[in-house]
Design a protein around this ligand. Sequence first.
Ligand code: SAM
Length: 200
Amino acid sequence: MEEQKYSNELDANFWNLRWETGRIGWDIGYASPPITEYMQQYADKSASILIPGCGNAYEAEFLVQNGFTNITLIDIAEEAVRRLKDKFKTTPQVTVLCGDFFEHQGSYDLIIEQTFFCAQVLQRRTEYVQKVHSLLKPNGKLVGVLFGVDFGPQGPPFGGDIHEYQQLFKPYFELKKLEPCFNSIKPREGAELFIEFIKK
Ligand SMILES: C[S@@+](CC[C@H](N)C(=O)[O-])C[C@H]1O[C@@H](n2cnc3c(N)ncnc32)[C@H](O)[C@@H]1O
């Protein structure tokens, strides 16, 4: 019944319940290869990086191991954040915030996208794009993966395609890369698009 109650809202209660009951099927258990490969060639280790809807934030562990020093994580689910605060309690390079990305204020060089966009209802997509844009410094980047397939209306996840994403992001970003991902994990092969968008 509780699931029923929250199924249309995708609010903090919905996500927290998913975390508390262990229904986190999106969690791949390690940092996403398209993101780690990209970050391996990212020179500025002091770049301010935000990972919204970070979940278990394996990417943050990877970033710390690779010398990055200024990483902010935000997730709306208290249970996820409780685990993150424990995991990163002796890692000053990582700031963990519990809150709504859409309310977050800050200024970043880079925002990393990994199954957060697809967790939002379709009606929030423009708001997502505008919020990412507002959180980035001049020439800041949104980098990561988007699903490039249609999952139907019963998400999350909610999918999409290249054409839709072009329309959505182009007014706000230079779309440096929006292309089929060549290094997705096996279960997501052919379903992901790699993105590198630069704030206009
Ligand atoms: C599909 S999961 C992805 C988690 C992680 N990025 C991964 O790939 O494993 C979506 C995450 O976004 C969080 N979330 C959903 N809406 C949010 C919001 N408005 N602000 C911050 N976090 C949110 C959820 O709690 C959940 O942990």
